[in-house]
Ligand binder design. Structure first.
Ligand SMILES: Nc1nc2c(ncn2[C@@H]2O[C@H](COP(=O)(O)OP(=O)(O)O)[C@@H](O)[C@H]2O)c(=O)[nH]1
Ligand SMILES: [Mg+2]
Length: 430
C-alpha cells in the first residue's frame, strides 16, 4: 500500500544470539537497505539469501521479499548479521537516517499484514500469543490459531448462518415470492447453536493453555501442605515445621505438567483462633481458592469433617490424604510428601483434571474471542426463542447480531481503537 510509510525494527529479542534480524517494510525498504548493504542489487532476486557486508560492520545475510509476497504484503527486506544487540541497534540507527524510514511501533508489521489482507485478526493475535508462549500447551494453542483453525471454524458456521439470514430477510421483504424460505429456521438455528456451543466449551480449555492453571493446596494446619508443595516442585520452596501456622503467606511456583504451565499455590492452613499475621494469611488463602482452577484439599490421617473443608473451595476439589507413610490415611489420593510416595501419581491426576495434553484445547485462547463468541451464542438463543413466540423481524435481527459478533473475531470491519488495543500487546519488531 503506497500511502504507508516505511518502517524498520530489530525483530529478534534483546539478548545476544547467533543471528539477529532487522526487518524493514514499506515502499522504501530496498532503497534504505541498499544504504547499509551497497552490495544488494537494484533488482534483487526475491527470497534469495545474499551473503553481504552489512554497514561495514559485519557479514551476514540479506533477503528481499517484494510485495505482495511478504509477511506484511509490502516490500520487505530482512538483514541478518550476528545477533549482537549493540551491533543490531547500530545498523538500525544507520537505516533510520533514511528520511523515508521510521521505527516500527509494537505489532506494526503484523498489523500491516492484517490491513493488507495477508492474515485475519484472529491469526494476527495468535502471533502475539505465540511469541510470549511459555508452555507447550500455550505454543500449541497459539500455533493452531495462527494456522487459521479458529478462523476456519468461524467461517464454517458463517456458511450456514449467512444463507439462513438471507432467507429470513427475503421472507420479510418479499413475503409472497419467498413463501416458506423461513421454514425450518428453528432446526437450522439449533444446528448452528450446537456448533458454537462446542467451540465455546473448548474456549475455557484454550484459556487454561494460554495463561496456565492455578492449583491451590489448602486444608487444616500441619496437614503436610508445605511438604507436599515442595515435593510437587521437587525443591524446597516452602518452610516446613511441626509448629502449627508456619505458612502465613501464599507461596507460588510454576512447573510444566503435561505441557501445561501449572502454578502450585501453598497456603496457610485455615483455622480458628489464629494470631493476627496468620489470620491475614488465612484471608489470602480464601482469595487464592477463589482464583483456583483446581484445589487440592490436603488432609492428615484421621481428619474430621472433610466435607466442610470441601465447601471452602469454589473450584473442583481433589482430596489428598497426606502423610501416607504414617499408615492410617484418610479417604482420598494417598501421598507422602516426606517419602515422595504417590506424588508422581498426584501430578498425573492434576494434569488429567486440567485437561492437559488434550489437543482440542486449541480454539479460543483470547478473552476477546470468548466474549464475542458468547455474544453470538446469546443472540442465537434469542433468535431461537423468537422462532416460537415472536415475529420474523426479531429472528432476523438476532441472527444478524450473531453474524456481527462472529465478524468481530476475525476482524471484518474492525475499528481503529480495537486494532490499537490489540496490537499494543505486541513487542516491537513483530
Ligand atoms: N510422617 C510424615 N510427616 C509429614 C509429612 N508431611 C509433613 N509432615 C510433617 O508434618 C508437619 C507439618 O508439615 P507442613 O508441611 O509444614 O504442614 P502444613 O502446615 O500443612 O504446611 C511437619 O513436622 C512435617 O515434617 C509426611 O508426608 N509424612
Ligand atoms: Mg505450610
Amino acid at each position: 500500500m503506497a500511502q504507508h510509510s516505511t518502517i524498520a525494527a530489530i525483530a529478534t529479542g534483546p539478548a545476544a544470539g547467533g543471528v539477529g534480524v532487522i526487518r524493514i517494510s514499506g515502499p522504501a525498504a530496498l532503497e534504505a537497505a541498499r544504504r547499509v548493504v551497497p552490495a544488494l542489487p537494484l533488482f534483487p532476486e526475491p527470497r534469495h539469501a545474499y551473503f553481504v557486508n552489512i554497514a561495514g560492520l559485519d557479514d551476514g545475510l540479506a533477503l528481499c521479499f517484494p510485495a505482495p509476497n511478504s509477511y506484511t504484503g509490502e516490500d520487505v527486506v530482512e538483514l541478518m548479521p550476528h545477533g549482537s544487540p549493540k551491533l543490531l541497534s547500530m545498523v538500525l540507527r544507520r537505516l533510520l537516517e533514511h528520511p523515508a524510514l521510521r521505527l516500527a511501533e509494537p505489532g506494526e508489521f503484523t498489523r500491516r499484514a492484517f490491513v493488507n489482507g495477508r492474515i485475519d485478526l484472529a491469526r494476527a493475535e495468535a502471533v502475539a500469543d505465540l511469541v510470549v508462549a511459555t508452555s507447550e500447551a500455550a505454543v500449541r494453542s497459539a500455533a493452531a490459531q495462527l494456522s487459521g483453525e479458529l478462523s476456519r471454524r468461524i467461517a464454517a458456521v458463517k456458511e450456514r448462518l449467512v444463507p439462513l439470514h438471507a432467507d429470513l430477510e427475503a421472507s420479510l421483504d418479499f413475503p409472497d415470492e419467498a413463501e416458506g424460505a423461513d421454514d425450518g429456521a428453528g432446526a437450522r438455528l439449533d444446528a448452528v447453536l450446537f456448533e458454537l456451543r462446542a467451540l465455546a466449551a473448548q474456549g475455557a480449555r484454550g484459556a487454561l493453555a494460554r495463561r496456565g492453571a492455578h492449583v491451590v493446596l489448602y486444608g487444616p494446619v500441619n496437614a503436610g501442605k508445605s511438604t507436599l508443595f515442595n515435593a510437587l516442585l521437587g525443591s524446597s520452596r516452602a518452610l516446613v515445621d511441626a509448629e502449627p501456622g508456619t505458612t502465613r503467606d501464599v507461596l507460588e511456583a510454576t512447573v510444566e505438567l503435561g505441557g501445561l504451565a501449572v502454578t502450585f499455590v501453598d497456603t496457610a492452613g485455615l483455622r480458628e483462633g489464629a494470631g493476627r499475621v496468620e489470620a491475614l494469611g488465612i484471608e489470602k488463602t480464601r482469595a487464592a481458592l477463589k482464583g483456583a482452577d483446581l484445589a487440592l484439599l490436603v488432609v492428615p490421617p484421621g481428619a474430621a469433617d472433610v466435607d466442610a473443608w470441601r465447601r471452602e473451595a469454589t473450584s473442583e476439589v481433589v482430596v489428598v490424604a497426606a502423610k501416607a507413610d504414617l499408615g492410617t490415611t484418610a479417604d482420598g489420593h494417598a501421598v507422602s510428601g516426606l517419602t515422595g510416595a504417590g506424588v508422581a501419581e498426584l501430578k498425573a491426576l492434576v494434569a488429567g483434571r486440567l485437561g492437559a495434553e488434550r489437543s482440542e484445547a486449541v480454539a479460543l485462547a483470547s478473552e476477546r474471542h470468548r466474549e464475542a463468541l458468547g455474544r453470538a451464542v446469546e443472540a442465537l438463543q434469542r433468535a431461537r426463542a423468537a422462532v416460537e413466540v415472536a415475529t420474523l423481524e426479531v429472528v432476523a435481527g438476532e441472527t444478524a447480531a450473531a453474524l456481527h459478533a462472529l465478524d468481530d473475531i476475525t476482524g471484518e470491519d474492525a475499528k481503529t481503537e480495537l486494532l490499537d488495543a490489540i496490537f499494543r500487546r505486541f513487542c516491537i519488531g513483530k
